[in-house]
Design a protein around this ligand. Structure first.
Ligand SMILES: Cc1cc2nc3c(=O)[nH]c(=O)nc-3n(C[C@H](O)[C@H](O)[C@H](O)COP(=O)(O)OP(=O)(O)OC[C@H]3O[C@@H](n4cnc5c(N)ncnc54)[C@H](O)[C@@H]3O)c2cc1C
Length: 317
């Protein structure tokens, strides 16, 4: 039996683990991996203390920092269900093991949104990718399409131009949604063509990606463009499905939390980072929320109802 289980190994989960360990809470961290979304970005310029650091290096530093504390970790494990069990909770992992705990911090972040169109799932890993940092080097001197004209799509195009001979960005609306600074950078490469009002219909190929078929809505005609790869960058969805209806969610399936303590609608369950309903999604915000949830869980555990007596024997108010 644990006092706290933290689910997730991104900025939020790692920071929660560090704070929990410093409070000497009997904690288990369960994480599919320690990479999180930050590892998917080339360079991070807004993590205080590191003026410019690659996303992967930042993720590795976070993992190392957590592991410098004596906290129990199960990595490579996915939590598939959480349920109430008497006065406590049970977290069930993919391998059908159950772990009992008094409190839980959910820090499972977000997953890439999929297009849901013909061909997409057939070509994952065969020319279709959701991560340019991971896969851009496979497209040396190739022609590649990026689906999504927001910041993520433009950052992906910047990763790709280091290798690809030509990059097309497809955006379904009639305007670019990325920040000006990114637009300028992309345009200055001279290698990127932006296709607005392009509704993606399907991905085609024989065993690997060979073409993107889209409808040019301005000209009202179907276009087949030959590409060797496709990168999908149309946003993300919270990784909260494994919770079923245990806690309250907003309309985007983000976990509703109390803004002061980050407690969910269920006492003893807290949610930190990109999986909750906080408006802004950034690594430093996720980290700060990891800290808040660990301190909130500590306070919860100290309450007389949980058998805690508070610091120096005095129950916390
Ligand atoms: C392309 C891109 C670029 C970005 N650039 C920046 C930037 O420059 N600066 C910035 O501040 N932010 C940036 N962000 C946002 C930042 O990455 C996120 O806000 C931050 O990573 C959120 O951290 P998190 O811990 O909440 O979630 P995540 O980073 O998503 O981590 C979630 C963790 O939970 C694990 N997990 C998920 N489900 C389960 C499960 N069922 N069981 C066990 N483990 C699970 C995952 O494996 C992962 O370890 C960027 C995001 C993207 C996608």
């Amino acid at each position: 039996m644990y006092d706290l289980i933290i689910i997730g190994g991104g900025s939020a989960g790692v920071t929660a683990g560090i704070y929990a360990s410093r409070k000497k809470i009997n904690t288990l961290v369960i994480a599919k991996d320690f990479f999180g979304q930050i590892s998917k970005t080339g360079q991070v310029d807004n993590w205080p203390g590191d003026m410019a650091i690659s996303g992967m290096n930042l993720a590795l530093k976070l993992e190392k920092h957590l592991k410098s504390f004596p906290v129990e970790i199960k990595v490579g494990q996915k939590v598939v269900a959480v349920k109430k069990w008497q006065d406590n909770f049970l977290a069930q992992t993919e391998d059908n093991k159950e772990f009992e705990t008094k409190t839980i911090i959910i820090a499972t972040g977000r997953n890439a949104k999929t297009l849901g169109i013909e061909g997409e799932q057939d070509f994952v890993g065969k020319g279709l990718s959701y991560c340019s940092i991971c896969d851009a080097p496979f497209f040396k001197n190739k022609q590649v399409g990026v689906i999504g004209g927001g910041n993520a799509g433009f950052e992906t195009a910047l990763d790709l131009v280091k290798y690809a001979s030509k990059v097309f960005i497809f955006e379904s609306s009639d305007k670019i949604l990325a920040d000006e600074v990114l637009i300028e950078k992309v345009k200055s490469t001279g290698k990127v063509e932006i296709c607005l009002q392009a509704e993606i219909l399907r991905i085609e190929g024989q065993g690997k990606v060979e073409a993107v078929v889209y409808k040019d809505m301005a000209l009202n005609k179907e276009v087949r463009l030959v590409v060797d790869g496709v990168f999908v960058q149309i946003g993300s969805v919270p990784a909260t499905g494994f919770l079923g209806k245990l806690v309250d969610f907003n309309e985007k399936n983000e976990i509703e939390v109390d803004s002061a303590t980050l407690e969910t609608s269920v006492k003893g369950i807290f949610a930190a980072g990109d999986c909750n309903n906080t408006k802004w999604k950034q690594a430093i915000i996720a980290a700060s929320q990891g800290a808040i949830t660990a301190l909130s869980a500590y306070e919860f555990l100290q309450s007389p109802a949980q058998g805690g007596v508070g610091r120096n024997g005095v129950p916390p108010v």
